[in-house]
Design a binder for this molecule. Structure first.
Ligand code: CAA
Length: 304
């Protein structure tokens, strides 16, 4: 039996490449009104420009009609800086897509829990951080995890992990915290499907299925470069042409963002204590140098 997601309005927190991509598939494919919030007005501007660019590209390629693009654009509205998180209070689901930082996410979820509707699903697009820890941060002040309010609040938190570029990648990885209710999980699954995605489910382990497998691969490639086994071009070409990967691992690391790769690897290493997840020194140094990859023009490669 198919579950009705019941999302009449979606809130998206964070207007970077992931947040905007999520807003895009929700407005265009799931056809729901989207409220977009970012604490940086500059980032909102960038996000709206990207939305217009993506819609215009789809129209020019004949993938969608002009009218569909116009309707999708009209479904997107911006929450003002003055309104802040309060501006998301009418949303039935809020997807957080800010940077990979546990304390930032805990602060945000604690505020969402008090500012937003008590029955709204609170989803995180985190790539590796524990959904169980995030869910615990929504327990209202003065309540315990075992109280009715405490249980209800944490039960609506879920991991909804999209992949970059969101409009293109077919997967959403759904992560169930210890506290997540079946209703939250199934409605989130139905919503991801309405956005045109296929869904897999992972337990709340560091990195989930996707990054627990991907990050050691990327890290190993960086260590092979560090050891001088081959050039960066040859490492990438080997995997691209030899194994039919769409991108080599170093190109992919630049694409994801080296700061994000390092943050995920640190979560994996700290969360498991397993040395196979220890980030390579070269990756740490590159992030120290503020070489973040494609997003700021310099990583393993340069992006003028
Ligand atoms: N945003 C939106 N659309 C994009 C895009 C972007 N940033 N980049 C490319 N596209 C679209 C193109 O417009 C094109 O669309 P059409 O089919 O409509 O023409 C399509 O993707 C293919 O693009 P190109 O022909 O320009 O280039 P390509 O064939 O080399 O594909 C790619 C580009 C889709 C990014 C491909 O290289 C790829 O799949 N790379 C691997 C991406 C990947 O592994 N992503 C997951 C990263 S891990 C993650 O996100 C999660 C995490 O937790 C870290």
């Amino acid at each position: 039996m198919s579950v009705v997601h019941g999302i009449r309005t979606l809130g998206v927190l964070g207007s970077g490449q992931m947040g905007l991509g999520i807003a895009y598939v929700a407005a265009l494919r799931a056809k729901v009104p989207v409220l977009l919030y970012d604490r940086s007005a500059e980032q909102i501007d960038k996000g709206l420009k990207l939305m217009d660019k993506l819609l215009a590209k789809d129209v020019s390629k004949g993938k969608i009609q002009d009218i569909e693009a116009k309707e999708a654009r009209e479904r997107l509205s911006v929450v003002s800086q003055e309104q802040g998180l309060k501006g998301l209070r009418d949303a039935d689901m809020i997807v957080e897509a800010v940077s990979e930082n546990l304390s930032l996410k805990q602060k945000i979820f604690s505020s969402l829990s008090s500012e937003c509707r008590p029955d709204a699903i609170l989803a995180s697009n985190t790539s590796s951080i524990s959904i169980t820890k995030i869910a615990a941060s929504t327990i209202p002040e003065g309540q315990s995890a075992a109280s009715e309010l405490g249980k209800q609040s944490a039960a609506r938190v879920v991991g909804l992990h999209f992949f970059n570029p969101v409009p293109v990648m077919k997967l959403v990885e759904l992560i169930s915290a210890l506290q997540t209710s079946t209703d939250t999980l199934e409605r989130s699954r139905a919503f991801a499907i309405a956005c045109g995605k296929e869904v897999t489910v992972s337990k709340d382990v560091p990195g989930f299925v996707s990054n627990a497998l991907l990050m050691p691969f990327i890290n190993e490639a960086i260590m092979w470069l560090e050891k001088g086994v081959a050039t960066k071009e040859d490492i990438d070409k080997t995997l691209k042409l030899g194994m039919n990967h769409p991108m080599g691992p170093l190109q992919l690391a630049d694409f994801i963002g080296l700061d994000t790769c390092l943050a995920i690897q640190q979560t994996l290493y700290q969360g498991t204590g397993d040395s196979k997840y220890r980030p390579s020194v070269l990756l740490e140094r590159m992030v120290d140098a503020q070489w973040y990859g494609r997003k700021n023009g310099k990583g393993f490669y340069e992006y003028p």
